[in-house]
Design a protein around this ligand. Structure first.
Ligand SMILES: *Cc1c(COP(=O)(O)O)cnc(C)c1O
Length: 463
């Protein structure tokens, strides 16, 4: 028989598929019943260490191994009490979208095919949501890191090895990678008391650099810093950049999504002034990992940065290649997956308004939690909570200040190991902070009550 990777027994395979679909639906529906996280048992590690399978084990057995050893041990982001780092929780519809996309398996460099039209539509919708002009250019990519990288590549296109980029001390770690790969000369600017870039310090740095013969080219602003959710003064930065001929790139990895909500939009005033904007769809839009977007108002420059259409892909008037490969010319990847489908389906199924309502709920719950923490004597807020991130620590009066870092570090790990909830941590002005980042559409207000009760219980043992 001719060799193929299709099932040899379609009816049996179909039954396996239906079973897996039921299992994963149960898994999502019952997320609340599992621990938020549990450590990987040694036996599981052992079971996953296996010599290279040269001979077939069969689809049934291979999938059974996944069900037994992999599925029960996630990192936790689908759980209603997962607030560690900034990770979206995914959606059942998004899961189906990824499955359908994989089944269809289109190659999304471009081509004359419906998925390419869907991606164009999604990009137009995203540009509209961010109040970018109709002729803005955009591309979907894997991550916020990649979207920011692409944005900086466009911004610094003619400046390889010269020209300077400015960003605040609170800018995310992607900047270090982009600086290394794009050979950027980056100057870090201190932040104000609210962890926003200091405008006076930025102005002074620009002046000082110009006087020294350095050419300022680009300012990177944060629409929601990863540490505290601080939003740089985008309106002022937009005006400053326009008046000095500088490129404004905004990292809005999660925060830019607040633009979907008319109630929250004023916090992002000035966002549409960005020359380029990077944001994730797998964080506050809850698309399954991965999906992110770069938008820029400089379409020709965007294309010129990445276009390199080889002769075997030169566009034709008719046939499969009509329309060329526009997406491959706007980023790094040539072969691209159909990420657009999960965004398209979610926008159609739930509408902008429902997505915005989820984002508003996350902000409201986070602010409520921050207010509760701030009002208590045994906890302390370590930063303002302007959006959906709360940085705080357990600090009852009986604990000497010298022990606070160690106690909170231990409290964090015990909370994670309890399986009740997942928080992460950061260091703010030299102090260890517990960090609650809420981009979770499954969280209910009572989940925060449970978090607080568990922290108090665990804290009492430690202090
Ligand atoms: C998460 C995040 C990034 C990086 O995005 P990834 O999708 O994780 O690569 C960049 N900036 C900020 C502010 C983030 O929160």
């Amino acid at each position: 028989m001719a060799k193929s990777l299709d099932p040899t027994d379609w009816p049996a395979f179909r039954a396996l598929g239906h079973r897996l679909l039921d299992e994963i639906m149960d898994y999502m529906e019952q997320a609340r019943e599992r621990p938020a996280w549990r450590p990987l048992p040694e036996a599981t590690r052992g079971a996953l260490r296996e010599s290279l399978p040269m001979d077939p084990q069969g689809e049934e057995r291979a999938c059974a191994a996944f069900m037994e050893h992999v599925l029960p041990y996630p990192q936790g982001s689908t759980h209603p009490r997962f607030w560690g780092w900034v990770q979206g929780s995914g959606t059942p519809l998004g899961m189906l979208a990824d499955m359908m996309a994989s089944g269809m398996n289109p190659m999304l460099a471009g081509f004359q095919q419906a998925p390419a039209v869907v991606e164009k539509q999604v990009l137009a919708w995203l540009a509209e949501l961010m109040a970018f002009p109709d002729d803005a250019s955009g591309v979907l990519c894997s991550s916020g890191t990649m979207a920011n990288f692409l944005g900086l590549a466009v911004a610094m296109r003619e400046w390889a090895g010269s020209g300077r980029v400015y960003c605040s001390d609170e800018t995310h770690g992607w900047m270090r990678k982009a600086a290394a790969l794009l050979r950027l000369d980056v100057r870090r600017i201190p932040v104000d008391r609210e962890f926003r870039i200091s405008l006076p310090a930025l102005r002074a740095a620009l002046e000082e650099d110009r006087a020294a013969g350095i050419v300022p080219v680009c300012v990177v602003a944060n629409a929601g810093t990863v540490n505290t959710g601080a939003i740089d003064p985008l309106e002022e930065l937009g005006l400053l950049c326009a008046s000095q001929g500088l490129w404004l790139h905004v990292d809005g990895a999660f925060g830019a999504l607040a633009h979907l909500s008319p109630a929250l939009r004023p916090l992002l005033e000035g966002l549409p002034r960005a020359d380029s904007l990077a944001f994730d769809l797998h964080k506050w839009f809850s698309a399954p990992i991965d999906c992110a977007c770069l938008l820029t108002r400089h379409a020709a420059r965007h294309r010129a940065t990445f276009a390199s259409t080889p002769s075997y892909m030169a566009p034709t008037d008719r046939g499969v290649l009509a329309g060329g490969v526009p997406f491959a010319d706007l980023g790094i990847d040539l072969t691209r997956d159909f990420k657009a489908l999960k965004v398209w389906l979610s926008l159609k199924a739930y509408g902008v308004r429902h997505h915005a309502a989820v984002i508003e709920q996350n902000v409201k719950d986070a602010q409520c939690f921050a207010a509760q923490i701030g009002a208590r004597g045994d906890f302390e807020l370590l930063a303002p909570a302007p959006l959906n991130i709360v940085c705080f620590r357990y600090a009852p009066a009986r604990l000497p200040p010298a022990r606070l870092d160690a106690v909170n570090q231990e409290l964090l790990l015990r909370l994670q190991e309890s399986g009740v909830a997942v928080l992460s941590s950061t260091i703010l002005r030299g102090q260890f902070a517990l960090r609650m980042a809420n981009v979770n559409h499954r969280t209910r207000p009572e989940d925060f009550d449970m978090l607080l009760a568990t922290l108090l219980e665990l804290g009492a043992v430690l202090s």
